[in-house]
Design a protein around this ligand. Structure first.
Ligand SMILES: [Zn+2]
Length: 132
C-alpha cells in the first residue's frame, strides 16, 4: 500500500469539542447561513436537513463550534447568536417572501413557511394516508 498524506487531521481536543453539547454555525464569506444547537454538533452537521440540502456546502465555507457544559447556557447562546447574526436558513422566510417549491413526495408545488420544508403536507411527510 502506498502511503498518502491525510486530507484532514484534527486534534483530540477539536474532536472532543465538536462532539460535545453545544452550538454550531455555518458561515459563508463571514455571513452566517445557519445556527443550531446539538448534543453532538459534528454528527449533526453530517446529516442535516438544511446544511448540504437547502444549499450545498462550498469549499470556502466555515463551520464554527462552541462547546458548553450546561445545555441551558448553550440554548441561550444559540438564541443570542441567531438574533445577532440573523442566519438566513435558521429563520422563517421574510414577511411577504414567497417561495414555491415542489413537494419531495408528490411533486405538487407548495408555499414554504421555512427554508427546510420539503413536504406539502403531513400526509407526504409521514407517508400516512397513502397506503391502503
Ligand atoms: Zn406532497
Amino acid at each position: 500500500m502506498d502511503y498518502r498524506e491525510p486530507n484532514l487531521t484534527i486534534s483530540g481536543k477539536d474532536f472532543m469539542e465538536a462532539n460535545s453539547l453545544g452550538v454550531y454555525a455555518w458561515f459563508r464569506g463571514g455571513i452566517a447561513l445557519y445556527v443550531g444547537y446539538s448534543q453532538c454538533p459534528i454528527g449533526r452537521i453530517g446529516h442535516h436537513n438544511v446544511i448540504g440540502s437547502v444549499d450545498r456546502v462550498l469549499p470556502s465555507d466555515e463551520f464554527r463550534f462552541w462547546a458548553f457544559d450546561d445545555p441551558r447556557k448553550a440554548l441561550l447562546f444559540e438564541q443570542q447568536l441567531e438574533a445577532e447574526l440573523g442566519p438566513k436558513y435558521s429563520l422563517p422566510l421574510k414577511r411577504g417572501e414567497v417561495r414555491k417549491v415542489p413537494c419531495a413526495v408528490c411533486r405538487t408545488k407548495f408555499v414554504q413557511k421555512r427554508w427546510w420544508q420539503k413536504f406539502c403536507s403531513t400526509k407526504c411527510r409521514t407517508g400516512k394516508g397513502w397506503s391502503k
